[in-house]
Design a binder for this molecule. Sequence first.
Ligand SMILES: N[C@@H](CCC(=O)N[C@@H](CS)C(=O)NCC(=O)O)C(=O)O
Length: 207
Amino acid sequence: MLTIYGRDNSSNVRKVLWACAEMSIPHERLDYGRGFKSGESPEHLALNPNGTVPTIVEGDFVLWESNSIIRYLVRENSRDDLLPRDTKQCAIVEQWMDWQIAALAPQIFPIFTFQVVGNQALGDPDMQAQQKKRVNRLMGILNEQIGKSSAYVAGDGFTAADFPAGMFTHRYFSLDIDRPQLTALQEYYERLQQRQTYRDVIVAGGP
Ligand SMILES: N[C@@H](CCC(=O)N[C@@H](CS)C(=O)NCC(=O)O)C(=O)O
């Protein structure tokens, strides 16, 4: 049995839960992280020295980093549609997963943490305005990519790249941000909402 450590209102946990829902992977989930059992507790740090969520445990196998977890689950379930066997196609999928973690997440984090978590230390209006500008630029890049690829992040078909991009598209449209017209991204968001799993795990889970 797969055990997922992490609160289900966390963006990084929800990406993994959505992947599990899409692939019908049975699992149990334990509430760790902000507002629940601390990620810094000794039993959790023994699994994940970062103290962050999510972490998965399967027998004696332990894995952290949400996008690595998604790739592991996709490969374990032989879902070549989600991570193509073709190395170039697969590299594009992974590129967009890495982009979400490395480029997008750090920029949207201060906006989310101020507006939703309520951390007033991040409330400097100039800094918030700067972050919104950066996030709009990044989502503009995603908008252009989806416009080119026609339906999903890495092409016509839904792939593993859509788990992180889909979660953060929802967050982007949920936050108080003065957004430019991003037609392809808006249509992508509506397309994803046609999936029951997205509505249940991502949309219902909060911003
Ligand atoms: N790059 C890591 C980031 C993990 C992370 O920062 N998770 C946040 C939740 S989204 C966290 O653990 N926050 C502290 C907490 O909830 O206690 C991943 O993708 O798994």
